[in-house]
Design a protein around this ligand. Structure first.
Ligand SMILES: Cc1ncc(C[n+]2csc(CCOP(=O)(O)OP(=O)(O)O)c2C)c(N)n1
Ligand code: SF4
Length: 277
């Protein structure tokens, strides 16, 4: 794979020749566009970048870029991304997937990735539904969302709040974007890549097939986090009045990352000997 020199950086160079199979109008197209534009803006050599994803419509994104990709398993994108970052710290690691992938089956990994604060950009395309498996409620679906055949009376539990959780768990860069605002999303992704720590970007990304009402969100989202807080408690206070549609960088602070201790690292053979009965 050839390096891309600064003079010839074109965002389409970061797209693969695989055509997305997303439904026409799916918000994830804009996320793909923003990721490739951010990589082009930063002129990152493709061979130094990896995009790790889980499983879901949104997680297909790894196949649609020309950087290294790993289409993982459901809910396990973050462990793979963290392993890669620890093994190859010079690699720019992006991780992406859906709200089901990241907050339901992968919720536990999300918590611990936030607190390890490794230098990874995690982009969740939040459509408040399981798109790939045909429209079940996800952890971010509203309690009274009644359009799923599995939960005709609604999930009946309050939706999980991804920004609150990321803040409480220790993420050092916390952002919310809307897929319909590609320029702002591109800038947010470029900022996140440059941030030395775990960046979490919740992207409200409509599923036009199972949540057609999400098309109207362009009239609902609003820029509210105009200046990022650098104080975690202050950022939490800002979320008290959040309606779930405030956009912008909520919190940004340079904080220590987990550092593995290699001093006593044992080889597999040594471990095997140690535990042999
Ligand atoms: C271990 C495991 N459990 C369940 C599934 C089935 N499954 C595939 S995608 C998916 C949900 C996808 O929803 P989300 O992550 O929100 O992504 P979207 O399709 O909405 O982009 C599920 C439950 C699976 N592939 N693997
Ligand atoms: S089902 Fe929804 S999330 Fe999946 S590609 Fe179609 S619009 Fe996008």
């Amino acid at each position: 794979m050839n390096d891309i020199s600064h003079a010839e950086v074109d965002f389409t160079d970061y797209k693969s020749d695989v055509s997305p199979v997303w439904c026409p109008g799916c918000g994830d197209y804009a996320v793909l566009s923003a990721i490739t534009k951010a990589l082009a803006e930063l002129a990152l050599p493709r061979e130094n970048v990896a995009l790790i994803s889980g499983i879901g419509c949104s997680s297909r994104i790894a196949a649609y870029t020309s950087v290294y990709g790993f289409h993982g398993i459901h809910g396990r994108a973050l462990p793979i991304a963290q392993g890669l970052k620890l093994a190859r710290p010079d690699t720019t690691v992006l991780c992406a997937g859906g709200d089901g992938d990241g907050f339901s089956i992968g919720g536990n990994h999300f918590l611990h990735a936030c607190r390890r604060n490794l230098d990874i950009t995690y982009i969740v395309m939040d459509n408040a539904v399981y798109g790939m498996t045909k429209g079940q409620a996800s952890p971010t679906s509203a309690a009274d969302w009644t359009n799923s055949k599995l939960t005709p009376e609604g999930p009946g539990v309050p939706p999980l709040q991804p920004l609150d959780i990321a803040l409480a768990a220790g993420a050092s860069h916390v952002v919310r974007c809307f897929s319909g605002k590609v320029q702002a999303l591109t800038k947010a992704i470029a900022d996140a890549i440059q941030h030395p720590g775990f960046s979490f970007i919740q992207v409200i990304s409509p599923c036009v097939t199972y949540r057609p009402e999400m098309r109207d969100l362009k009239h609902v989202v609003h820029e509210s986090f105009t200046e990022p807080c650098t104080d975690r408690r202050e950022a939490r206070r800002r979320l008290i009045d959040d309606d779930g549609f405030s956009l912008g960088t909520l919190f940004k602070s340079v904080e220590p990352s987990y550092k593995p201790c290699h001093q006593n690292t044992k080889t597999a053979a040594e471990l095997e000997r140690q535990f042999a009965l």
